[in-house]
Design a protein around this ligand. Structure first.
Ligand code: TEU
Ligand code: CA
Length: 553
């Protein structure tokens, strides 16, 4: 595969609201990020992905944009942004922005015009339909629960919103919409940013006639209908055009967020010959609640399928959590007795599987899920809507709270734990979302002092991955071993004569590892998450959540 900086990069995702507050209003901001750039650089990161910072009424924390050309008041000004970008570049890093173009805020001037009358020139910027039998135009359910249609009294029609009702979907069939959005994309690239993470980009096309969804699963009246709103031909048309007209003219990277893709569909987005995107985030492993037993087997199968489907055609990406998902150490590791060990194990895997790795803020110190004691402490619209919907059905509120606790998106959104001081050093004011009470033990300051910390392990691992002699960890083939083992995940990355062996014990048990499938003359232990006295590869007694990387000769 052709060498590219974005294939060799390690990406660090920032959720600005929760990263670092520079002015004591309890909300993270751009100047806060500037103050922490040396920390990010020191981690060894190459690229920062910034979640949305555009002007927004914050119905969905910035994923509802009311002005694409301005910065959210709470985050700062365009001057702050320009300074951030230049400070990132000064440190030899790159910055990519979130691009949210499936929908806008209902407070975007386009939508305000669109809803003002049926013959407004912007009416067709969004998707409006008259009622069907006095009800919604179809049975689509929104991601944030309830119907995907909102009734508009004034003009007597419904508008479509796949997410919150304050996030109306743009009508990508309208050439004017495309023209406006393309103009905006170019404007940001001309500013010098280094690429985009494209929010639910594979949902921008909707099936002709907006037919009813077929899924008759656990939902009552409305159903998720990805067969009609995901991966439609229009998505590929738009992306190809965007790529040819704009993206290909800049030295940038693109990663599409694409729920509901199979490896076959995924390959269509990233196949280099098709000129659409560099990478996508697929969601198959996000259906797994943990990596226990058969779920680890499922995860291995997902990795293998994606590797095979993209091999030699396009590039992959790797992530285990983000701002929409629980913390990876709580979900896939053990955040109680083996928090450090399992956080390091997950890092070892993330940074050695085929594809560009994405680290989510706080992951590098092993931050965990949070347990809030009442729904009032939650902020996430998905969590809050779900709670009220279930309670309205007559379910026991306590039970609903218990169910959403391990899943809530707020698990990932509690403020970054910088110190053991007040509010974990995130703010001098009152944080917009409560700090996880475990900040006294888990925080950056503590991790920097402890040579054995998760943070220091990430640093070592990233540096290891970056060494030219270890290029096989990036471009090497992926050769899975022990494919049916329910507790050990092991694979080789091989490029020409360079081979790396990765061994991961995904259990609390002590396990024996013997390698007889693969011939080798010699070997060298490169990194491990436990002290290793006996480096011998012939017969390893793996400790709980033990992880090792060997170079084989
Ligand atoms: O997420 C879209 C998505 O498919 C999911 O992760 C979804 O948010 C989740 O299943 C619902 O809980 C993107 C953004 O990452 C997310 O933060 C936004 O809320 C959403 O799009 C709408 O812009
Ligand atoms: Ca602030």
């Amino acid at each position: 595969m052709e060498r590219k900086w974005w294939k060799e990069a390690v990406v660090y995702q920032i959720y600005p609201r929760s990263f670092y507050d520079s002015n004591g209003d309890g909300i993270g901001d751009l100047r806060g990020i500037i103050q922490k750039l040396d920390y990010i650089k020191d981690l060894g990161v190459d690229v920062i992905w910034l979640c949305p910072i555009y002007k927004s009424p914050n119905a969905d924390n910035g994923y509802d944009i009311s002005d694409y050309y301005d910065i959210m008041d709470e985050f700062g000004t365009m001057e702050d942004f320009d300074e951030l970008l230049s400070e990132v570049h000064k440190r030899g890093m790159k910055l990519i922005m979130d691009l949210v173009i499936n929908h806008t805020s209902d407070e975007h001037p386009w939508f305000i015009e669109s809803r003002s009358s049926k013959d407004n020139p912007k009416r067709d910027y969004y998707i409006w339909r008259p009622p069907r039998d006095g009800k919604e135009p179809n049975n689509w359910r929104s991601f944030f629960h309830g119907s995907a249609w909102e009734w508009d009294e004034k003009t007597g029609e419904y508008y479509l919103h796949l997410f919150a009702k304050k996030q109306p979907d743009l009508n990508w069939k309208n050439p004017e919409v495309k023209k406006e959005i393309f103009k905006m994309i170019k404007w940001w690239l001309d500013k010098g940013i280094d690429g985009f993470r494209m929010d639910v980009i594979n949902l921008i096309g909707k099936a002709e006639g907006l037919p009813d969804g077929k899924n008759k699963d656990n939902f009552d009246d409305y159903v998720m209908a990805p067969e009609h709103w995901a991966n439609q031909p229009l998505v590929h048309e738009v992306l190809h055009e965007m790529n040819r007209q704009i993206l290909s003219k800049y030295d940038i990277m693109t990663v599409g967020e694409t729920p509901f893709v199979t490896p076959e569909i995924g390959a269509l987005y990233v196949n280099e010959d098709r000129e659409e995107l560099n990478m996508i985030f697929q969601f198959e492993h996000m259906d797994l609640p943990d990596f226990k037993d058969s779920n680890l087997l499922k995860f291995k199968k997902i990795q293998k399928k994606w590797y095979e489907a993209l091999k030699e055609k396009g590039w992959n990406s790797q992530y285990l959590n983000n701002h929409d998902q629980p913390r990876q150490v709580s979900r896939f590791g053990d955040d109680q007795n083996y928090r450090k060990e399992s956080a390091k194990l997950l890092a070892t895997m993330l940074l050695t599987l085929p594809g560009t790795p994405y680290i989510y803020q706080g992951e590098e110190i092993g931050m965990t899920n949070v347990k809030f004691s009442s729904i009032e402490e939650y902020n996430d619209i998905d969590t809050v809507n779900y709670y009220h919907e279930e309670v309205a059905k007559g379910r026991d509120p306590e039970e609903v709270l218990k169910e959403l606790m391990p899943k809530s998106r707020d698990n990932a959104r509690t403020p970054v734990q910088w110190t053991a001081g007040k509010n974990a050093g995130f703010t001098t004011g009152t944080p917009w979302l409560k700090v996880n009470p475990n900040y006294k033990q888990i925080n950056v300051e503590e991790a920097q002092k402890d040579p054995d910390s998760v943070l220091n392990y990430y640093k070592k691992l990233i540096r290891l991955r970056k060494r030219e002699e270890n290029l096989a960890l990036i471009y090497g083939n992926y050769i899975p071993l022990f494919e049916d083992h329910e507790k050990i995940y092991s694979y080789i990355r091989q490029l020409d004569n360079d081979r790396f062996l990765i061994i991961l014990n995904f259990s609390k048990e002590k396990l024996n590892f013997t390698l007889d499938e693969i011939p080798y003359k010699d070997y060298q232990l490169l990194i491990a998450n436990y002290p290793v006295q006996d480096e011998k590869l012939e017969q390893i007694k793996l400790r709980p959540y033990e992880a090792r990387i060997y170079r084989l000769r």
